[in-house]
Design a protein around this ligand. Structure first.
Ligand SMILES: [Cu+2]
Length: 455
């Protein structure tokens, strides 16, 4: 018995994560935004190999909130959402502790309450492992779309007038290249229903970018996180070549990449080295547009040139240019599905009536599964917009694009293109109630969300 108090006192104290309100200057104008600050004073959390996720969320942001650990697989009660009924919001001034075994890789965290995510309540969550590549210098980049307007007002305008009348809409007829041999140009596709004021990489615009110094030849690991609420980006390594080694935190068969799409909420890990002395921009350009953000990798002492916030050329919509080429390094074990669903994504930009199978969240028809089953969901997009679909609490494999079987990536978020379908497969190994929704914040708020429930 004498050992017990000793063992109890040896348990490490939970890592504090503070939710704050802060001021951020964007294009010289002050904006009131949120922050998620770790014990080192930096955004988010980085945990070492084999560390438990033992975290105390301290809400000091002035309003109730709740933080979701995107892509992680805790118990349903610790998922950091209010909709499934396990937990209410964390009151201002209150704290809440979380404790689970985290998955290694590039993850992120964000508010899952109201539209707080738009005001930058989002941060990296990096879990190191002892595997290959983690000895490289980590460069974490959180992308965001920023707007001075009140997000609630943006949503009510979208709903009242229909998204089609918003100034930022690209309109129908934007040519889309799906690539990957999966299709061609796509007339009649809707893109970008909100006109953002800026695109940020680690809180900064390309007019004043973060500069990361690294020596030529040193191994670097770029951890890109698309934390934008409603924007898909083309990542452009600016002439550099890298090895894509993981998506959504999960390893893939390495692919050489220079330019590739990153949909909302997705992550990509790239191994690269600077080939020589100099400055090397890493751009993220909004799909279908010219606006871009980014950071600059530079060797010590090298001069940093100016990079324009608008690219010279438009980039195409994000499609399956990368998705179709990805293969999981640790795929699901082969096994026939015991339960197969087909869900349809419904609604339009004009009506702003986004839903699943024609139903909004309040009128949802949950998907039920039994523990231990292999489940597939064929997600059919009946709309003219792409939707990054996110399943909480599980890792799924992308197993078909438009009905063509692939042994694709393990993910937590997959982009379902307009008038196209994606089949995902997963093992029902985490009992409870889980959200399944479009990760476009405004589409989710409009109702494009349902539940996965274990019977
Ligand atoms: Cu959507």
């Amino acid at each position: 018995m004498a050992a017990l108090p000793l063992a109890a006192s040896a348990a490490p104290a939970p890592v504090p994560l503070t939710v704050t309100k802060r001021s951020l200057k964007v294009h010289g104008r002050a904006a009131s935004v949120y922050g998620l600050t770790g014990p080192d004073g930096r955004a988010g959390l980085t945990l070492g190999p084999a560390s438990p996720f033992s975290v105390m969320v301290k809400n000091q942001c002035g309003v109730p909130t709740i933080i979701h650990w995107h892509g992680q697989t805790p118990s349903a009660a610790q998922d950091g959402v209010v909709e499934t009924g396990y937990a209410g919001p964390i009151a201002d001034g209150a704290s809440r502790s979380y404790d689970f075994t985290p998955r290694p890789g590039t993850y992120w965290m964000h508010s899952h309450l109201g539209l707080q995510e738009q005001a930058l309540m989002a941060a990296p969550l990096i879990i190191h492992s002892s595997e290959n590549g983690d000895s490289a210098q980590d460069i974490v980049v959180l992308l965001h779309d920023f707007i001075f307007d009140d997000p609630e007002e943006i949503l009510s305008n979208l709903q009242r007038r229909g998204g089609g009348s918003m100034q930022g809409m690209m309109g129908q007829g934007a040519a889309g290249m799906m690539g990957g041999g999966m299709g061609g140009t796509m007339p009649g596709m809707d893109l970008n229903d909100i006109d953002f004021d800026a695109y940020l990489a680690n809180d900064r615009t390309l007019s004043d970018p973060e500069i990361v110094r690294a020596k030529a030849g040193d191994p670097l690991r770029l951890r890109l996180i698309n934390g934008a609420t409603a924007t898909a980006f083309w990542i452009d390594l600016g002439g550099l070549e890298g090895q894509l080694v993981a998506v959504d935190g999960d390893p893939v068969q390495p692919l050489t990449v220079r330019k590739f799409p990153l949909a909302g909420a997705q992550r990509a890990d790239i191994l690269l080295r600077l080939p020589a002395s100099g400055a090397f921009p890493i751009f993220a350009q909004r799909e279908g547009g010219r606006a871009r953000t980014g950071i600059v990798l530079a060797t010590p002492g090298s001069e940093i040139p100016k990079f324009a916030e608008a690219a010279d050329t438009l980039c195409p919509p994000c499609g399956w240019q990368l998705e179709a080429r990805l293969a999981a390094a640790r795929p699901l074990a082969p096994r026939p599905p015991q339960r197969q669903y087909q869900t349809r994504l419904t609604g339009s930009m004009m009506g702003y009536d986004w839903g699943i199978d024609g139903r909004q969240w309040a009128d949802r028809q949950p998907l039920t599964v039994s523990g231990g089953e292999r489940v597939t969901i064929n997600i059919v997009n009946d709309t003219m917009m792409s939707h990054p679909m996110h399943l909480h609490g599980h890792r799924f494999q992308v197993v078909a694009l438009n009905g063509t079987p692939i042994a694709g990536a393990m993910r937590d978020t997959v982009l379902v293109l307009p008038r196209a379908s994606v089949r995902i497969a997963f093992d029902a190994d985490n009992p409870g109630r889980w959200l399944f929704h479009c990760h476009n914040l405004y589409h989710m708020a409009a109702g494009m969300m349902t539940e996965l429930i274990y019977s």
